[in-house]
Every structure is written in C-alpha cells, then in structure tokens.
Design a protein around this ligand. Structure first.
Ligand code: FUB
Length: 449
C-alpha cells in the first residue's frame, strides 16, 4: 500500500502532518474509521467518520466500541484522500466526560460560511446532563477546523448518530436515534431546536434502527437508516414529501454484511453528477467488528426515484492513476479458480492485501485505470513466487491488448520487478493481470512508469 506523508512547515513551526492515501476500499488505510458522514463543500468531498481504536485495560470498555477523537478526510478526485488530522478530542470539550471513549457517529454541515460539527458522547456532569448519550456541536470557519466546541450539549436531545439536513427553503433539521429515529427543526443558529421532537414512527417497529441520514432528490425526501430486519444491520430507506414525513418504507440500499459486521452506517452524496454511498465494514479487523473501516461505492436510482441496491466492492470509486501503486487485490473481479486475497502481514493488517494466484489462467481485473496521454515505458510489479511466476498484463478485456509479460524470479520474499512496456494504450482502461503458469505467485501492486 502507498502512503505519503506531507509535512508542512511554517516560519519555524511544524503546522500539520497530513497523510495522503491512494485508496480503493477501504478508503482510510492507516487507522480504523467508521460511520462516514460525507459532505460536498466546494469542489471537494469531506468525510467525517468515527475513529475506532482498540480498547485496552483502563481505556474504554474491552470488546466494545472505543473512540476518543475525530479526524476529517478530504479528496477532490475520490481516489487520493488527505487526513487533515484530529479535529475534536474527548478531553478538549468542556461538557464531555474526558474518558468517555464513546465519540460515536458524527455529522457536519455548512451554513453561511460556518461549519457545524455534531457529535454524540456522554457528559461528565450527569446531574446537569443525565446519563447516556448527548449531542454536542463544534463550530469552525473551515471544513477542516479548527472547531470550537460549544460549552454544553444540545438541549432536549438525547441519543446518538446526529444527522443535519438543510432544505431548499433554508430550514435546517436535526435527526438522531435512540431505538427510534427522531427529527426536529433547528433554529438558524444551528444550535437550538425550533420545534417539538417528532418520532419518525412510520419506520419498521421491530428491530433496531439508528444512523439516520436525510437527503432530497427531485422533491423526494429520502430518510435512510441502518435497521436490523434479521440478525445484523442492513441499510434501508423510506421516502416522503417533507423532511419530517410522513414516510413510506421503500426499500433496501445495501444488504447485511456477508461476513457478519454487525453495524453499518452510511451517508449519501452527489458529486460531479454521480451519487455515492459511503458506508463501513470491518476490513482490517475481520474477527472484531467494532474496529471498522469506511468505504464508498457508486449509487444509482431507477427512473421512478427508487434506489438500486448497492453491492459492496473492493474497487470502490474514482479513477486510479496508472503511475501509482495499483492495489490489484482491491479487484473489480477475479477468476473463480486459482485467485484469492490475503493480508500481506497478518500481524500488521494496515499493510494491506495481496492477491494469490495458484493456477495458470487465474486472473484479477481492476477497472478504471487512467493511463493519461503520455506513453509509459515500464511496468513494475511487487510480487513473490517461490518457484518463479509468470504474469501477463493486458488492458480492455481478458483477451485485450498485451502490455507486457513479467517474470517473477524464484524468491522467498516480495521482489520489485520492472520490465519494458510492449504497447501503450492511452486513456481510461480496465487492467488485467493473468497468471501464465501453475506456480503460486503473490502480487502486491503494479504500476506504470
Ligand atoms: O460507531 C458506534 C455506533 O455504531 C454508531 O453510532 C452506530 O450508528 C453504529 O455504527
């Protein structure tokens, strides 16, 4: 996997350390992240996730969600994501219990040039604010902060998973959950409720509902939410003619995780004429589903405004530059036989994955690689084969143009092998790597130079 640390120096002062990752799914590749609230501010997408960490003795509750702060990430191409660093921490908010470790799913919205960040957690003064979750707000002049927290949580709001929506007429709404899903109008100061709290009661009665996310498209209001219809959460939606309903339960956006991650939590945005679903899965922590990672996939509507079910992918969204280390284990498709994916280092899962070929003609397909207009001359692959592997690189389709053949030398370790590019194809191409012998061969990444 590739990470780039950019250190920005002021006059003599270290201002910030950004972490830029070239990402497929999951998007954030050096830490856990969950509950993504994606927003389009200007020409960038900003994602405000929860920041899962692992609880240890004396720090959080073992075996449960554990979060102490929030980061914000942004991208203008949906491929390169910048971590702008920590924006709010549990020990820097006046009303928050400094060892709550329960900074759960947040949201952020812009109004009149100010950015309002909403986050749930527990209060230190239980006499004033009670036990359980309250929702606080922090305000900034920029989407990346600095965010200044309000001194007290929102009045009359108890629960988790805040979501804010501003309608076309300028009226703002707050949604949140606590068993049910609730909604209320917000005053224009974004810091106080401006109506009674309404329980959005037309949703399924049985099974936990949480994580509301409201958006509007062509006059239809989509109230989307994770719901336990069976054993774990799936993403569902209801539609209505106004932000507070009444709503009609309409469909499923994403089925339950096939590998059993109990929670899902999402947001929906339109960016440059394409709709996207941001959600989470426990990619880096397959055995513990409270350490999650955020993902994104394209979302499409039917002509009648209903949402087509989103099938989760590894490939995710955005174009991948041919000159970057292309993580072919984040495939669009792989062959049924002789191709599988494994962690590079099971003791350090953030090292990412590799693809394993065990048969001749096993393959991986990785779509939407941008080869630009300037011819590349070389192919470089990071791979390993004990007995010597042979890889063929094609674009277009499995029988498409051969860009080159890479022989992987016999070795016990990963090797970086460079060969000449035989033929250059410009523009956006679907890339194929095909094993040409029966020797087991592991591929980490490929790039073009
Ligand atoms: O991240 C903690 C909780 O898990 C969130 O608040 C819920 O929506 C679920 O994702």
């Amino acid at each position: 996997m590739k990470q780039l640390n950019i250190i920005i120096l002021g006059t003599s002062l270290l201002l910030s350390v950004f972490n830029v990752t070239e990402a497929q799914n999951p998007i954030v590749r050096n830490q856990y992240s969950a509950d993504p609230s994606a927003r389009v501010f200007g020409d960038r997408v900003y994602v405000y996730p929860s920041h899962d960490i692992l609880a240890t003795e004396g720090k959080g509750r073992l075996g449960w969600f554990c979060m102490e702060d929030y980061h914000v990430f942004s991208s203008d191409n949906l491929t390169e994501w910048t971590d702008h660093g920590m924006i709010i921490s549990q020990n820097k908010v006046p009303w928050v219990k400094p060892d709550s470790y329960s900074m759960w799913a947040p949201d952020c919205i812009e109004r009149n040039g100010k950015y309002y960040f909403y986050f749930p957690t527990s209060a230190k003064d239980t006499t004033a604010y009670g036990r359980g979750f309250r929702i606080g707000v922090a305000v900034a002049d920029k989407p990346t902060g600095p965010f200044i927290p309000e001194a007290a949580p929102l009045k009359d709001v108890r629960g988790i998973d805040p979501n804010v929506f501003i309608d076309k007429d300028g009226q703002a709404y707050l949604f949140w959950s606590q068993g049910n899903i609730y909604g209320a109008k917000l005053k224009s100061n974004m810091l106080e409720l401006d109506s009674e709290v309404k329980t959005l009661g037309e949703l399924p009665v049985k099974g936990l509902k949480e994580g509301p996310y409201m958006f509007e498209r062509n006059g239809t209001y989509y109230l989307t939410y994770p719901h336990v219809e069976n054993k774990i959460e799936r993403l569902e939606y209801a539609t209505g003619d106004s932000p507070l309903g009444p709503f009609k339960v309409t469909g499923v956006i994403m089925d339950e995780s096939p590998t059993g991650c109990w929670t899902n939590h999402h947001s929906v945005i339109e960016f440059k004429n394409q709709w996207y679903l941001f959600y989470h899965h426990n990619d880096y922590s397959p055995k513990f589903d409270k350490a999650r990672s955020i993902r994104a996939d394209s979302l499409f509507f039917n002509a009648d405004g209903t949402i087509k079910k989103v099938i989760p992918t590894f490939r995710g969204i955005g174009l991948t530059k041919a000159s970057t280390e292309i993580q072919v284990d984040r495939y669009t498709m792989i062959s049924d036989k002789g191709a599988s994916v494994a962690f590079i280092d099971t003791l350090n899962k953030f090292q990412g994955w590799k693809i394993l070929f065990t048969n001749a003609e096993a393959w991986t397909q990785y779509n939407s690689v941008d080869f630009g207009q300037k011819p590349f001359k070389k192919i470089t692959v990071r791979a390993n084969s004990q007995a010597g592997g042979m890889l063929q690189i094609r674009v277009g389709n499995i029988n498409g143009t051969v860009l080159g053949q890479v022989n992987i030398p016999k070795s016990a370790d990963m090797k970086i092998v460079t060969v000449p590019l035989l033929k250059y194809k410009n523009g956006i191409q679907d890339l194929f790597i095909i094993s040409k012998n029966d020797q087991p061969c592991e591929v980490d990444w490929i790039k073009f130079e």
